[in-house]
Design a protein around this ligand. Structure first.
Ligand SMILES: [Fe+2]
Length: 204
């Protein structure tokens, strides 16, 4: 029995990626519903287009994220995305031509792939990204400018600069401590994220 309902088992603990996964599961569930209900070809096509479009957008986002943190298992992870890309390319036209058997085979593949990929491969990526963020967090002690004879140093430093900001972050792409709004992943500022995604999309 297939199960396209997203659950905490599929959580990778990166808010943006989890949100995209939830959408992906929901779109797959709608496609399955349309196929099982023998919906019109036009309606089924809409669900297929939504699935293909969202999948590609999501893969590009993850692949860009992997590159931005120099993820060591990028090739392995990308290979799994490419497998799903190839299946989509092969099966979408078959399902659009109302090949019921192909639709069932594809849904079985998608069910297994989504489950395996999110619970293992994407979760590993999530763990790496979180560690990367921790490793690149600013060391507050690094801001200390040295002892001060009058006050003993540390006290004066705190008085002059105020409390340490709660979210002192550096953009992984432009390298600046950014005043820009950060993406949910907290790795790059929104401006760099948009530019990088735009470049990726322009290539296709
Ligand atoms: Fe992935």
């Amino acid at each position: 029995m297939r199960g396209f309902a997203w659950s905490s088992e599929n959580e990778v603990f990166i808010a943006q990626i989890d949100a995209e996964h939830r959408d992906l599961f929901q779109i797959a569930e709608r496609l399955e519903g349309a196929i099982e209900a023998k919906a019109s070809p036009a309606e089924t096509r809409l669900h297929l287009q939504a699935l293909a479009g969202h999948t590609e957008e999501h893969f590009k986002h993850e692949e860009w994220l992997m590159q931005s943190v120099a993820y060591p298992s990028y090739a392995w992870h990308r290979q799994q995305h490419d497998t799903a890309r190839r299946r989509l390319k092969l099966f979408v036209p078959l399902i659009e031509s109302e090949d019921g058997e192909a639709a069932e085979v594809f849904l079985d593949f998608l069910d297994g792939w989504l489950h395996d990929h999110t619970t293992v491969t994407d979760r590993m990526l999530g763990a790496f990204v979180r560690n990367y963020e921790r490793a690149h967090a600013t060391d507050p002690l690094g801001r200390w400018s040295g002892p001060n004879k009058e006050t003993g140093g540390a006290l004066r430093h705190v008085r002059e600069t105020g409390p340490f900001p709660k979210t002192l972050k550096y953009c992984a792409a432009c390298g600046h401590q950014t005043a820009h709004e950060m993406k949910v992943s907290g790795l790059v500022c929104r401006e760099c994220a948009q530019r990088a995604v735009g470049v990726e999309l322009d290539r296709d």
